[in-house]
Design a protein. Structure first.
Length: 479
């Protein structure tokens, strides 16, 4: 019989408060009534735009085992079992703390300006083969996502992997203290969220907060090729990290790249991981993926996991949705490739995605097409950062650029003469021109910040996968 994730007695011990209603046990934890699964414990969090208390009755009627609440109504009492506490978010934090301390799991925390989620997903895939592994869902990396992810971790977990994010200084410290990682990794530091920072050095300091949570004997994993390596190392040393492991191409890196073959759909790597030679194939293309793979193997080395087994598993790696996922689309007697990078964007990830597009080889007369949306939260330097994308576009051999947003107009001004382009103020404005332009064999990469709404552009491209000659017209609202 499967053990419950939480019992009423466990929750009361962890969170305090008092119970109303029948005894219960929960198989999961949820803060969203829309995605709640019967048997979940529902926690009524107050957010900026909504209050979970408004959905308690709905959650209980949908099969929630119980709800943690701070404000109680008669309707809630009639709907089901409750745990009544002074503050539901604080109760969720206490639940996460209890989950962390009831397990013997080895825990990894990952942060960085670029690559947090893809690194977490790769670690999940590799470690699942070596023991019961739990990881943050999606990009649950903020003040409610981290404790929620912890609260969902079963007691018998062997490995826990938690993504930790921020856009202001001081955000990571309480989260890493909650996670208490055995290993903490910073993928890289880049000019992201510059609207909230005065310098990239301040971003490095904020990312360096992740080492504060390291327990005794903990390891810090740091990108040796990043300009802020020394600054991050100082943070790790100040936090008392027992081991500092660097990774990258730098000759002094502990997890060091030795040989690399970049291909259209994969990469072949020879590396030395803290004195252990490792050769492996990665099932996702891109130099940035290779760099993060070195940090991932450094994490596994710090945990004393099986490097050989992990190296073999890298060949099965696939890009997460919106972060390099590839689709082959057939429509109107033509076929083309869509590379979905639509989840988010900043200058570093945009350069990496364009470089990966440059590794793709269009067939015959086919072309490389970049469909780009504004990069947001870049502060005063935003215009220049958009203009500067002309160089990676040129280097990648991009033939056509579709650009959406006011900042992308700056890029269009900087594009070299002779390069075909189309600009619209919003992503919706690209759809007609895009549908008319794409040819057989083209390779199309879509990327932009979440707020620039490039996801619907990907959905439109994939919706063309219908050999009906009228499909594109219908999707464009014609006829």
């Amino acid at each position: 019989m499967t053990q419950p994730l939480w019992t009423r007695a466990d929750v009361l011990q962890a969170c305090g408060g008092h119970a109303h209603g029948d005894d219960w046990q929960a198989s999961g934890v949820s803060i969203d009534s829309r995605t709640l699964v019967p048997g979940d414990l529902f926690v009524a969090i107050r957010g900026e735009n909504s209050d979970g208390h408004d959905y308690v009755v709905k959650a209980l009627k949908a099969g929630a085992a119980a709800a943690i609440v701070s404000d109680v109504t008669d309707a809630m009492r009639e709907a089901g079992s409750l745990v009544i506490v002074p503050d539901a978010l604080e109760a969720l934090n206490r639940l996460g703390h209890a989950a962390r301390h009831r397990t013997q799991a080895k825990v990894i925390a990952v942060t960085g300006s670029v690559g947090k989620t893809s690194t977490k997903e790769a670690l999940l895939m590799l470690l699942t083969e070596q023991g019961a592994t739990h990881a943050s869902a999606a990009s649950y990396n903020n003040l409610w996502g981290v404790p929620l992810s912890l609260a969902r971790m079963p007691a018998d977990t062997n490995f826990g992997i938690f993504e930790v994010g921020m856009n202001h200084a001081g955000e990571i410290t309480p989260l890493t203290k909650l996670v208490e990682p055995d290993v903490a990794m910073v993928t890289t530091v880049e000019p992201v969220h510059m609207a909230f920072f005065d310098s990239v050095e301040e971003i490095a300091d904020a990312k360096g907060e992740i080492f504060v949570g390291l327990g005794a004997g903990g390891a810090a994993i740091i990108n040796r090729g990043n300009p802020h390596f020394a600054r991050l190392r100082e943070h790790a040393q100040a936090a008392g990290a027992a081991h500092i492991i660097s990774f990258g191409e730098h000759p002094d890196a502990d997890a060091r790249l030795e040989k690399l073959a970049l291909k259209e759909s994969c990469s072949c790597v020879a590396a030395n991981i803290c004195g252990v030679p490792v050769t492996y194939k990665i099932g996702v293309p891109g130099r940035h993926v290779v760099m993060n793979s070195l940090g991932i193997l450094a994490c596994l080395h710090a945990l004393k996991a099986d490097l050989t087994m992990a190296a073999l598993a890298f060949a099965r790696l696939r890009a997460p949705k919106g972060r390099g996922e590839r689709h082959e689309v057939r429509a109107l007697g033509r076929s083309f490739t869509v590379i979905d990078e639509s989840y988010n964007a900043n200058p570093a990830s945009m350069r990496a995605a364009l470089a990966a597009l440059g590794q793709s080889e269009p067939r015959g007369e086919a072309r490389r097409i970049a469909i780009l949306g504004d990069m947001l939260e870049l502060g005063e330097g935003a215009a220049a950062m958009h203009r500067d994308l002309y160089a990676p576009i040129r280097d990648a051999g991009v033939d056509v650029v579709f650009a959406a947003g006011p900042m992308m107009r700056e890029l269009v001004k900087a594009l070299p003469a002779g390069l075909s382009f189309f600009h619209a103020e919003t992503s919706d404005g690209l759809l007609d021109a895009m549908a008319d332009e794409i040819r057989d064999g083209d390779i199309v990469m879509v990327k932009g910040s979440l707020g620039s709404r490039m996801g619907p552009v990907v959905e439109a491209l994939l919706s063309y996968a219908d050999d009906d000659s009228e499909s594109i017209r219908r999707n464009r609202g014609e006829g």
